[in-house]
Design a protein around this ligand. Structure first.
Ligand SMILES: [Zn+2]
Ligand SMILES: [Zn+2]
Length: 283
């Protein structure tokens, strides 16, 4: 089978290196069937982001048109060699969906998919929103502790799933708070919070990304963990693969070993998106 990588970034989001074309060329070299480009959607129209160094997280509003035009011209240029699918990784901020939609709705018809992610938490305690997967906020992570971070994270993910205004197709890096290898003291907490969230994902018919970026981080495992993958297959939740590449050489990172794990667990299909329409491919 030919593999598909749905989660790659480029230098446009200011914390990755390489142009979109560099990632496309790498994907062709690896003989992938599809590469999805999904840079971070802008933040600057959001409220309560004073502490967030969003200038280094995402493209800007002014760059949206350029991003799409570049990706579209590459899609044409390489159409005989690879499918290029165009998306955004969009952060969920509670109660700010209409500000987001003011910008996102203008370009949605040009997108193949939207990856919905939570990187930012707000405990509503006056300390302001902060990025729990950014090592510069390690003090905040320690201040709240893993039990509170995981609980708040999964609650925010469920709010994202329940939001009628937040339109997305795929949940990104499902158990991201483990990135730095921090886990709750309460052993049941992670599985209980995750299961509540997985049942909601099943109910909403949303896809989960198997993100191999975690294998490059302190935790050294994909998101979600193998334990959660077993529950996902029981719930019949659909999946696809993403490397979260921030450098061209990371495209399709460890995909062959992940495919082996998925087959062993009982997965035999991955999803594919084109203009937000989902189809299944066999593995
Ligand atoms: Zn992300
Ligand atoms: Zn990403």
């Amino acid at each position: 089978m030919k593999l598909e990588d749905w989660h790659t970034h480029s230098e446009l989001c200011r914390h990755a290196t390489g142009t979109i074309e560099d990632y496309v060329k790498k994907a062709i070299e690896l003989n992938l069937a599809t590469i999805g480009t999904c840079d971070h959607f802008p933040y600057e129209f959001l409220k309560n982001i004073d502490r967030i160094p969003y200038g280094e997280y995402a493209i800007t509003i002014d760059e949206i048109q350029d991003y799409l035009a570049t990706a579209e011209s590459l899609r044409q240029k390489y159409k005989d060699k690879i499918n290029i699918r165009i998306g955004f990784e969009v952060d969920f901020f509670e109660n700010q969906e209409s500000a987001l939609n003011n910008h996102l709705n203008k370009v949605k018809s040009r997108l193949d998919y939207i990856l919905g992610s939570v990187h930012i938490l707000d405990f509503q305690d006056g300390k302001g929103a902060w990025g729990f997967d950014d090592s510069r906020f390690k003090e905040d992570y320690e201040y709240y502790g893993a039990d509170k971070v995981y609980t708040q994270y999964f609650k925010t993910l469920r709010n994202m799933l329940n939001s009628e205004q937040f339109d997305f197709d795929i949940v990104g890096h499902f158990d991201l708070p483990k990135k730095f290898n921090d886990f709750p003291n309460d052993k049941e907490l992670l599985i209980n919070e995750a299961m509540k969230t997985l049942e909601l994902i099943k109910h909403k018919g949303v896809v989960i990304e198997i993100n191999t970026g975690g294998l490059r981080k302190d935790v050294k495992e994909q998101y979600p963990s193998e334990e959660l993958l077993n529950h996902m297959v029981d719930l019949d939740i659909q999946i696809l693969l993403g490397s979260d590449a921030h450098k061209p050489y990371q495209v399709a990172w460890e995909f062959n070993s992940i495919i082996d794990i998925l087959k062993k667990i009982g997965y035999n299909h991955l999803t594919h998106f084109e203009k937000k329409k989902k189809t299944l491919i066999e593995i």
